[in-house]
Design a protein around this ligand. Structure first.
Ligand SMILES: Cc1cc2nc3c(=O)[nH]c(=O)nc-3n(C[C@H](O)[C@H](O)[C@H](O)COP(=O)(O)OP(=O)(O)OC[C@H]3O[C@@H](n4cnc5c(N)ncnc54)[C@H](O)[C@@H]3O)c2cc1C
Length: 385
């Protein structure tokens, strides 16, 4: 891995940035106001090969990796168009199916996920388990050649626009009776698959849902991968999720910082533009440094992941998500502050990012759970729970 970005990656950034700029923040703000998903941008990004850049070429993808997919998401965010569903559909679901799916599952899903014509949501969070995903109780019971799924999930994003949801459930080990994690594809129209939107105070186009599975009958091939290697397969999807959440946060942070810098350069209420005051300039400079540092860690995580080092990528992906979320939360807050009253005016499209970036500190894994991970796994400190 070189610390200096390759020409190919810089070209990818430039091309994606140009696409994002054509849509811009106003397009997303309008979609939020109209209660719809930014489908036109999604479709065009898919057509141009950006959504499936990480997926295998033989299934219509670009044959590259998480590094390139993270670049795409970061650049769209930096143009004011963060696409949360990229974290889920091509990054988690596409990766898991590409790595562990059967040929039939790959044929069924990957070309559509790569082109953006199919979308898949991802559901692991449960009301009672929360951050402790070992406590999930959504369970698949074998019945004939297939499965019967029962359980509940909360906060699952984008289920309304998704053709299916990849569900983390549990199956019973035939020999020991112990429950083990497994991944199931549940198609949108499956009978007994109930979805209710959760009212959220978020100004984002992606909505969150509570899901209930009431005796949902699944065919045998709804199971992705090996029933006995569930945890390993799950981790293969969770590292991309953290890397992409870092990219999602960093894109929004860059958008906000650029707006604040533009404003601070010209807004003049005394003799000099406000950006001449160090109380205004230094926090913006600090944000720039924090964004750059978090991005280095994100690229390290993506490179490790693309090189097949799932363990190494795990630590780096967690640290990148932590650093990017913190940088983004501070940057967006500072950007809003820099614009004074205009920071909260719709015209600048900044205040809506306050809640959007806040999500990256909570999901997919909270700041505290990352600190726990580093305390226990990296530093070898004892656990309190
Ligand atoms: C906008 C949004 C979109 C989401 N999209 C999805 C999705 O698509 N799919 C999906 O599966 N999930 C999704 N989630 C869920 C998200 O991953 C969870 O909210 C997150 O994992 C935290 O779980 P929780 O909300 O149950 O919080 P809890 O686990 O109840 O935690 C509450 C607080 O306690 C802290 N805490 C808990 N345990 C510890 C501990 N041991 N040590 C220190 N502090 C601790 C946490 O850090 C947190 O601050 C989404 C959430 C949001 C807000």
């Amino acid at each position: 891995m070189s610390l200096i970005e390759s020409q190919e990656h810089r070209d990818l950034r430039t091309a994606v940035a140009a696409l994002g700029k054509r849509y811009g923040r106003a397009y997303v703000t309008e979609a939020v106001r109209d209660g719809r998903h930014p489908d036109e941008l999604w479709a065009e990004a898919g057509k141009l090969g950006y959504l499936g850049v990480n997926l295998p070429e033989e299934y219509g993808g670009g044959g590259r990796g998480m590094t390139e997919l993270a670049i795409v998401l970061e650049e769209l965010g930096a143009a004011g168009c963060p696409l949360l569903m990229m974290v889920v559909s091509p990054a988690i679901c596409g990766t898991v199916i590409a790595r562990f799916g059967t040929d039939a599952q790959k044929q069924r899903w990957l070309p559509g996920l790569a082109a953006g014509t199919l979308r898949m949501a991802f559901g692991i969070t449960e009301p009672e388990a929360g951050s402790n995903s070992h406590r999930i109780t959504t369970t698949a019971r074998r019945e004939g050649d297939g499965w019967v799924l029962n359980g509940r999930k909360v906060f699952i994003s984008g289920v309304d626009v998704a053709d299916a949801t990849l569900i983390v459930g549990r199956t019973e080990d035939r020999a020991t009776g112990k429950l083990k994690p497994c991944l199931f594809i549940v198609e949108r129209e499956a009978p007994g698959f109930l979805k209710s939107p959760i009212p959220m105070e978020l100004a984002a186009p992606e909505k969150q849902f509570e899901l209930v599975f009431e005796n949902v009958r699944l065919a045998g091939d709804a199971l992705v991968g090996d029933e006995d290697a569930g945890l390993l397969q799950l981790f293969a999807g969770l590292n991309p999720e953290r890397i992409m959440t870092a990219a999602f946060a960093l894109g929004m942070a860059r958008y906000a910082l650029a707006r604040a810098v533009d404003y601070a350069r010209t807004r003049t209420v005394w003799r000099e533009p406000i950006g001449a005051h160090q109380a205004v300039a230094h926090p913006l400079a600090q944000s720039h440094i924090e964004i750059e540092l978090a991005r280095l860690m994100m690229l390290k995580a993506a490179h490790l992941y693309d090189a097949g080092d799932d363990m190494g990528a795990g630590e780096a992906a967690n640290m990148a998500k932590y650093a990017a979320a913190d940088a983004a939360v501070r940057t967006v807050d500072q950007a809003v502050h820099t614009l004074g009253g205009n920071g909260l005016a719709s015209e600048y499209g900044l205040a809506s990012l306050l809640t959007a970036v806040r999500v990256t500190r909570i999901a997919p894994v909270s700041r505290e759970m990352i600190l726990n991970y580093v305390s226990h796994t990296t530093l070898g400190l004892p656990k309190s729970y």
